[in-house]
Design a protein around this ligand. Structure first.
Ligand code: ZN
Length: 125
């Protein structure tokens, strides 16, 4: 019984579950969940999920199967760093400065508007 539980989610070929499936303790070393990628400063980088991990939730009540997608770390890309997000490069200030109210609005102006969102809204009103 215990043995059956251990192999229940073992399906590397994906025959049973549609995509390659592993139990939590048998995940191949090159596969990561989104959370694991993020912890390493990575993101999937446009790849489809390569596999999934299944496990039984330990919450009270009827047992529920939980799933998380797995991504290949070899195709992962570095996450955009937090530093870049909090201090945007100065080269962008002209693209962030509205020609209407002459304010650096802090975001790149939508090209189809040419002005900041506030001015565009005012113009539309
Ligand atoms: Zn404006």
């Amino acid at each position: 019984m215990a043995r059956r539980t251990r192999t229940r989610f073992w399906d590397p070929s994906g025959n049973r579950y549609g995509i390659p499936t592993y139990p939590r303790k048998k995940i191949p070393p090159h596969l990561r969940t989104l959370r694991q990628l993020a912890a390493e400063g990575l993101r999937p980088g446009g790849q489809e999920p390569q596999a999934q991990v299944l496990w039984c939730s330990r919450l009270p009540g009827p047992p529920r199967v939980r799933a998380a997608y797995l991504y290949d770390v070899r195709f992962a890309l570095p996450k955009r760093s937090r530093r870049t997000r909090t201090t945007p490069p100065k080269v962008n200030t002209s693209r962030r400065t509205c020609s209407e109210c002459l304010t650096d609005v802090g975001y790149v102006l939508p090209r189809h508007l040419g002005v900041c969102l506030d001015c565009a809204e005012e113009a539309a009103a």
